[in-house]
Design a protein around this ligand. Structure first.
Ligand code: HGY
Ligand code: MN
Ligand code: MN
Length: 408
């Protein structure tokens, strides 16, 4: 079997061109025109495979096996990209999964179980505020009511946006039943520095960190920046600043390097140089591989908010957008990925980034295969994975899919 290096690198280059910002950055927000064009491009690469899309745009590209009645073996990832990010996050798992299927087919292999590439809708939280939207609906951890409840920044609901993009039908039908997949393996860049630092070309993921995201609204009192004296102020931004620093302190003092927290958005109102901030809308992203440690950090955040509220006379509202359990990858799928590495060195490791596999693992035996990314950089325009690492990851994925597809 031979992975076609030129083909996959050309396809990754072409896919990166579907972006709302100029290269090398990529912005491809779900259901945007460039996302729909990218989806069409990928569907055009699927000769000989069946293609179907569900009501939220999850796309299933199936290589029908000799025994189509058996549960399929799945692989896949996402193509949506956060603003001003890179070209490999998610796309390596979508185009790499397709390349794995094509390389196997060109080698004369014919699978017993069907092999299916799943391109998930909206892995990134950019548009609707919650990550893994498509895979949450697939595994039932998000109900169909999300269609009217989730809104984008323009106030349009998920149902309005997906319908305008051509994805109609009830979200109730999106859910897959356990047993739909015999096994699932996702290929993804590590989005961290460990593999490169250790000089190891492959990572077999054994667990995926537990992500939580929150929206915090802080209400104070606005006023003239010159006329209002300091003692009487109720400055919403200074409250936000103290909360952000308390969050950082809670992460740093957890006792584990696996605890991470980020304030990624902080919108100040009215946002004028000479006006005291009356309101702040900020987000929190809090993660740990250990659920208890993650929730201890969230409790510390809540305590900090109470203190700031009392000390500064502010109103503070905390909305938990999601607080998910970590995923432990399936030992058998982990072992098949490890065996498929052959003579190549690999590390067993945890994933600090979340992935659609976090939710697929709730309905199918799932594992994740990492390749290095340069400097551990991701979610930035200088995100980079080498052709050698990409080809090696696809080769290992293909061998694993072939093995899994032969199991009775
Ligand atoms: O944020 C994440 O972990 C993923 O890259 N969306
Ligand atoms: Mn990402
Ligand atoms: Mn990703």
């Amino acid at each position: 079997m031979q992975v076609n290096r030129n083909r996959i690198m050309d396809q990754l280059d072409r896919l990166a061109s579907f972006s709302d910002v100029p290269a090398p950055a990529v912005t491809r927000v779900v259901f945007s025109p460039v996302d729909l064009a990218a989806r069409a491009y990928i569907k055009g690469l699927c000769d000989g495979f069946t293609v179907r899309e569900d009501a939220v745009g999850n796309t299933f590209i199936r290589w029908v096996g000799a025994e189509p009645e058996l549960a399929a073996v799945g692989t896949g990832s996402h193509i949506d990209a956060i603003p001003h990010s890179g070209r490999y996050d998610g796309t390596v798992g979508v185009l790499g999964g397709l390349e794995a299927m094509q390389a196997l087919r060109e080698s004369g292999f014919h699978p017993r179980r069907s092999i299916e590439l799943l391109m998930f809708t909206s892995e990134e939280p950019t548009r609707f505020g919650i990550g893994c939207l498509g895979s949450r609906l697939l595994c039932g951890s998000l109900s169909a009511s999300a269609g009217d409840r989730l809104k984008d920044t323009t106030g349009a609901t998920l149902n309005e946006v997906r319908s305008a993009a051509g994805f109609t039908g009830s979200l109730e039908q999106v859910r897959l039943q356990p047993g739909y997949y015999h096994a699932f393996a996702e290929l993804h860049i590590e989005q961290g520095p460990l593999l490169e630092q250790r000089g190891v070309p492959l990572g077999v993921v054994t667990a995926i960190a537990a992500p939580a995201s929150l929206r915090i609204t802080i209400e104070g009192e606005g006023g003239h920046a010159g006329a209002v004296l300091m003692p009487g102020r109720r400055d919403a931004f200074l409250g936000a600043a103290e909360i952000a620093l308390a969050l950082e302190q809670a992460a740093k003092s957890s006792g584990s390097i696996d605890t991470v927290a980020t304030t990624g958005i902080c919108n100040i109102f009215p946002g004028a140089v000479n006006s005291i901030p009356s309101r702040v809308e900020m987000t929190v992203d809090a993660r740990d591989i250990d659920l208890t440690r993650r929730d201890v950090m969230l409790a510390a955040l809540s305590t900090a908010c109470d203190k700031v509220k009392a000390a500064r006379g502010l109103q503070i509202q905390i909305e938990v957008v999601n607080a998910d359990a970590p995923a432990h990858c399936d030992p058998l799928v982990v072992d098949v990925l490890a065996e498929s590495c052959g003579t190549w060195k690999f590390d067993r490791m945890v994933s600090r980034a979340y992935h659609d596999s976090l939710f697929l693992s709730r309905i199918a035996p799932t594992a994740l295969l990492f390749i290095p990314c340069r400097g551990g950089v991701s979610h930035r325009p200088d995100e980079n994975a080498s052709p050698e690492d990409i080809v090696r990851g696809i080769d290992v994925l293909a061998r694993a899919l072939a093995k899994l597809a032969e199991v009775a």
